[in-house]
Write a protein that binds this ligand. Structure first.
Ligand SMILES: Nc1ncnc2c1ncn2[C@@H]1O[C@H](COP(=O)(O)OP(=O)(O)OP(=O)(O)O)[C@@H](O)[C@H]1O
Length: 297
């Protein structure tokens, strides 16, 4: 279990992370969301001991994180740090040996991941000759080469095309299925929604939402109603408790203040006539993010 209790980080008078509490049980995956400057990278750096916290406690399996456990941890930093002049095999060998691996082990793992990421031909190429997306694959391989028990990924899927996003997501999911505890930051709500058990949303250093994603959605009072039919539904937005009404190409989506508004909307829709769909759905993480943070950059 990774546990952060009352963690605060101040840079001078500026509080970048404010009284943060997070628990990630072993084998679970936490999605760490927040706008630009919310404090995600600062939190990761404190977990890894790269940055001193101002106050609070950070423990992994009940103990402070120090050099005795760093070999169990993998980290994909936001500022990618590969040496452009090295060959892929040299770079990964260097990182693997820092984690105490033998050359033969590194070679076996590297070949496995290069195959998984569909770039086995890159093994002897210089990093600087690879595309940005392929460099990112190598950087991720560097973070997971030693099969860490705890994996911290700062924006692992940013800047990738959709095919490569899927490849890297599948790898991260595989690590989690094999028992690795994972924390990753993202600006993409749907990645977190799809992959994680838990979520923590930060806004200006403070937690605005935290917990099991199903529970967070359940507890969030607002719901979404999806209606499909051939009528003009615009009058529905006049019903008390309807917060917004969006007409999409194939359906209409209403945000309602809480579940009790749904029967009122249903009665009004019945008056209009036949509809092919009427569904009361849990809000998406995107809805929750926008409601709690106020915008989505
Ligand atoms: N070394 C530093 N000195 C002073 N302020 C800093 C330092 N590092 C970060 N900050 C500030 O702390 C705040 C949080 O930054 P951080 O990089 O943790 O945000 P983030 O959530 O990772 O943002 P992004 O999504 O844009 O990467 C920002 O206002 C940033 O300017």
């Amino acid at each position: 279990m990774l546990a952060l209790q009352h963690v605060t980080k101040q840079f001078g008078n500026y509080t970048a992370v404010d009284d943060l509490n997070i628990e990630v049980p072993s084998h679970e995956m936490l999605g760490f969301l927040g706008g630009n400057g919310a404090g995600k990278t600062t939190t990761f750096r404190m977990i890894l001991g790269l940055l001193e916290k101002t106050s609070g406690s950070i423990t992994y399996n009940g103990k402070p994180i120090d050099y005795s456990v760093t070999d169990e941890i993998g980290y994909l930093p936001e500022e990618r740090g590969l040496n452009p002049k090295l060959k892929v095999s040299e770079q990964i060998n260097y990182l693997g040996q820092l984690k105490g691996m033998k050359r033969t082990e590194v070679k076996r793992e590297l070949n496995y991941w290069l195959d998984r990421f569909e770039v086995p031909e890159n093994v002897d190429k210089k990093i600087e000759s690879l595309s940005k997306g392929n460099q990112q694959k190598i950087q991720l391989i560097g973070a997971i080469i030693h099969r860490p028990k705890l994996l911290i990924l700062d924006e692992p899927f940013s800047g990738l095309d959709p095919v490569n996003v899927e490849l890297l997501k599948a790898a991260v999911k595989e690590m989690n299925d094999n028992g690795t505890t994972i924390v990753f930051s993202s600006h993409r709500m749907e990645h977190v929604e799809e992959m994680c058990d838990r979520v923590c949303i930060l806004n200006k250093g403070r937690t605005v939402v935290s917990g099991n994603i199903k529970q967070v959605k359940h507890d969030f009072a607002r719901k979404e109603i999806i209606i499909a039919g051939e009528h003009d539904f615009s009058q529905l937005q006049n019903i008390e408790g309807v917060i917004s009404c969006r007409q999409n190409r194939h359906d209409v989506r209403l945000t309602i203040a809480d579940q009790s508004v749904a029967p009122l909307v249903f009665e009004a829709v019945k008056q209009l006539g036949y509809v092919s769909k009427f569904e009361v759905a849990e809000p998406s993480l995107n809805d929750i993010f926008i409601a709690k943070v106020g915008h989505h950059e």
